[in-house]
Design a protein around this ligand. Structure first.
Ligand code: DAH
Length: 346
């Protein structure tokens, strides 16, 4: 029996050695130290043995039990410590390390241009106003001297939103120009007023190298007593000088827009061909950047202003073409294709 006990001890300790998880320790304990274990059975049977044997075997059996119990305790301790090490390793991180950079984007080149132009006007005392992209026929056309049968409507291939409206004035459309905000501003703001209106505009147009069905414009409006064509010219020349540089050649000539009288247009020398003619400028050497003029007396009247007392000037420029000129981009659609290889360059 002594031998049996020795063998049992060795076997059981070897098994304990192999335990690698704390939760397995309990079943080991039940199996070898529990009520039904071999050791307990031996201890119980001691009473039936002759005295001599009882002493030696009893002593050894108790020794084995004490050994197993202390080994178990130690094993539990070791496993616990190992677990703590694993946990802290996982939690450990160096708070002094620089953070991982997040992939932050930047403003779209057209938005950048829009903001830059707005900043120039803001520095000249203009306020920025925004308006609805879905607009009444009245504000987009009628209020600007473009009644239903006017040919100027044909130049703006309109996207109508609701064709079943009760009357023509109540028809809705996607605004074809930011000029649609001019009367809204005049109705709400008594002169003197000096505003710019940046935003998106829409036309029913197929896209090509220089056209997209949605693009950006900035309109401007100044109304006060004694505003003249000199104010218009002075303001716009200054903006172009600041934005495109002192040396850029500018062309200013007559044009027609129903809501201004007289009307004008401004063009700058094409940067791609330096005025020699290329695909971007349609071989003319010039790129038109804005329409402008003195606010039509009827438009002022519609806003409740007396044209004998007040006068104003207005302008409207396309924004999308400007970064094209600046960065020599020959296809406007590149701005809208969401190709990051292109957009990351700005
Ligand atoms: N709205 C015109 C267009 O989209 C541009 C324009 C011309 C705006 C003259 C104006 C202006 O405010 O006075 O073609």
């Amino acid at each position: 029996m002594l031998k049996q006990l020795e063998e049992l001890k060795l076997k059981v300790l070897r098994e304990l050695e192999e335990v690698s998880e704390i939760k397995e320790l309990e079943s080991w304990r039940v199996r070898y130290l529990g009520k039904k274990s071999e050791l307990t059975r031996i201890l119980r049977s001691l009473a039936t043995l002759p005295l001599e044997q009882r002493k030696t075997i009893g002593a050894l059996a108790n020794e084995v039990r004490a050994d197993l119990e202390s080994s178990l305790k130690q094993k539990r301790q070791t496993l616990r410590e190992a677990q703590v090490v694993i946990q802290t390793k996982e939690e450990q991180f160096d708070t002094t390390l620089p953070g991982r950079p997040l992939p932050i984007g930047h403003l779209h080149p057209i938005t950048q241009t829009l903001y830059e132009i707005c900043d120039i006007f803001i520095s000249m005392g203009f306020q920025v106003v925004e308006g609805p992209e879905v607009e009444w026929d009245y504000y987009n056309f009628e209020s600007l001297n473009i009644p239903k049968e006017h040919p100027a409507r044909d130049t703006m291939s309109t996207l109508w939103v609701d064709s079943k409206a009760e009357s023509d004035e109540r028809c809705m459309l996607l605004r074809t120009h930011t000029t649609s905000m001019q009367l809204r501003v005049m109705e709400k703001t008594p002169p003197p007023l000096r505003v710019i209106i940046p935003g998106k505009v829409y036309r029913y147009e197929a896209s090509d190298a220089t056209h997209t069905p949605m693009f950006h414009q900035i309109d401007g409006l100044v109304v006060d007593k004694g505003i003249t064509m000199a104010d218009l010219k002075g303001t716009l020349y200054e903006v172009v000088r600041r934005f495109f540089g002192e040396d850029r050649k500018v062309r200013f000539r007559c044009d027609y827009f129903p809501f201004v009288e007289p009307g004008a247009e401004m063009a700058i020398e094409c940067s791609v061909c330096s005025g020699n003619g290329c695909r971007l400028c349609g071989n003319s050497g010039w790129i038109e950047i804005l329409g402008a003029g003195m606010t039509h007396p009827q438009v002022l009247q519609r806003a409740g202003l007396d044209p004998e007392v007040y006068s104003g000037f207005a302008f409207g420029m396309g924004v999308d073409r400007i970064p094209m000129l600046r960065y020599w981009i020959d296809n406007i659609r590149l701005f809208y294709n969401s190709d990051l290889r292109f957009l990351r360059q700005f």
